[in-house]
Design a protein around this ligand. Structure first.
Ligand code: HSE
Length: 420
């Protein structure tokens, strides 16, 4: 018999307890032992959760309980779960966590504290999709060339509705919140932070990169408008919020942002709240993983898979490396990213304006790939929409600043990166 304690019995924790009970026979057959939830920790003991497990409001009742073999951390937050996971590991207990923020900040410290004690985290990234296992085990013979993923269901749901149904940003965010997709603070989703945590976890397994969210490029979907959606359609793109990790020479780009992707690509077809991750390995080629990135049972499915793995004795270093890489890859500075760009700006609709704009782009060696002009409600103002050939991020940022200073340009300039 293996005994589990759950820190944070919310939607996912309740699903873990229920699935362990309802699927007990198949789980025991696969793990080789019966797995029982001994106790759980909640903030509010007076709320009825319809569960038969013993509940406490003191996390130490689980973390210090000598009978508990595996601590499942589902509480969210960063510093409190860090202290508790550390203490559980120091007490010799295996840990399973779904906490992406905890791992985005403390994964390397936790790996070193854990040593040979299992610390698993399949549910932290893309919910029910077994992407951690795929990268850590299934693809471990490969140099990873790139990872591209839709890692936030809220953003994908909102963008899908904006593209397919012409929904407006604010209205559809409200619906996403009502449906329970968004985090408590939706900035976390729409601002790209949730996806950045997941990307950093994947990048550690793929490249051994120890970066924090503040080290990488993170942008949200807040500035996407129906004009951008219409342009994307006209030029054969879909707009997706992607987490991207890419090996470039001896460096690795890590970035999260709205991205125009070819409308006929597989990732473009991932709609609604679903997540998908494409991984390109140097030997296997392109592989893709698709499924629910959130939800009680889907996330619990990943948590329990980790528990079964621990009970079976399948161990290995937390982030997948038994020893350091001699030729370690470095995180590339954000300014050195090279990609294609889409720009939207509002300008005076008069002669010479286009020439001034293209001359400014030319000054920064930026070459235009395609262009469209659209009228606005104001006869004197037009919208200019461009895509560019590849250029360096730093040059694009300087060009945007220079364009913004031109008298003929009004308001802020919107930019979306393109990945083909
Ligand atoms: N808020 C997240 C999402 C849930 O929308 O994908 C899972 O991390």
């Amino acid at each position: 018999m293996v005994k589990i304690g759950i820190l944070g019995v919310g939607t996912v924790g309740a699903s873990v307890a229920r699935i362990l009970e309802e699927n007990a026979d198949i789980i025991e057959a696969r793990a080789g032992k019966r797995i029982l939830v001994k106790s759980g920790v909640v903030k509010n003991l007076s709320k009825d959760r319809g569960l038969s497990i013993k509940l406490s409001d003191n996390p130490l009742d689980v973390v210090d309980d000598p009978e508990i073999d595996i601590v499942v951390e589902l509480m969210g937050g960063i510093e409190e779960p860090y202290m508790l996971v550390k203490r559980a590991l120091e007490n010799g207990k295996a840990v399973v966590t779904a906490n992406k923020a905890l791992l985005a900040y403390h994964r390397y410290e936790l790996q070193s504290i854990a040593g040979d004690i299992p610390l698993m985290y399949e549910a932290s990234t893309a919910g029910g999709i077994p992407i951690i296992g795929a990268l850590r085990n299934g693809l471990s013979a490969n140099h990873i060339e790139s990872i591209q993923g839709i890692m936030n269901g809220t953003c994908n749901y909102m963008l899908t509705k904006m593209i397919n149904e012409g929904a407006q940003y604010d209205a559809i965010l409200k619906v996403a919140q009502e449906l329970g997709y968004a985090e408590a603070d939706p900035t976390f989703d729409v601002g790209g932070f949730d996806a950045s945590h997941k990307l950093l976890i994947l990048a550690s397994i793929a490249y051994g990169i120890d970066a924090k969210p503040e080290d990488i490029l993170i942008e949200g979907i807040q500035n996407i408008t129906q004009t951008d959606v219409a342009f994307a359609k006209e030029f054969g793109y879909e707009i997706k919020q992607l987490g991207i990790a890419k090996k470039v020479g001896e460096g690795v780009e890590l970035r999260v942002h709205a991205t125009m992707v070819p409308a006929d690509s597989m990732i473009a077809k991932v709609d609604g709240v679903m997540n998908a991750v494409t991984v390109v390995g140097d030997r296997v080629g392109e592989t893709m993983y698709y499924g629910p990135g959130a939800g009680g049972d889907a996330t619990a499915s990943a948590v329990i898979a980790d528990i079964i793995d621990i009970v079976r004795g399948n161990q290995g270093p937390m982030l997948g490396y038994k020893k350091g890489l001699e030729s370690g890859l470095k995180l590339l500075p954000k300014e050195d990213i090279i990609t294609q760009y889409y720009l939207r700006l509002e300008v005076d609709d008069q002669s010479g304006v286009l020439a001034a704009i293209t001359a400014t782009l030319g000054k920064f060696d930026i070459s235009i790939e395609a262009m469209l002009q659209k009228p606005t409600k104001n006869d004197d103002i037009a919208k200019l929409l461009f895509t560019t050939h590849h250029c360096k991020e730093s040059k694009m940022q300087d060009a945007i600043t220079a364009l913004g200073k031109l008298d003929v340009v009004h308001g802020s300039i919107a930019m979306i990166r393109i990945e083909k």
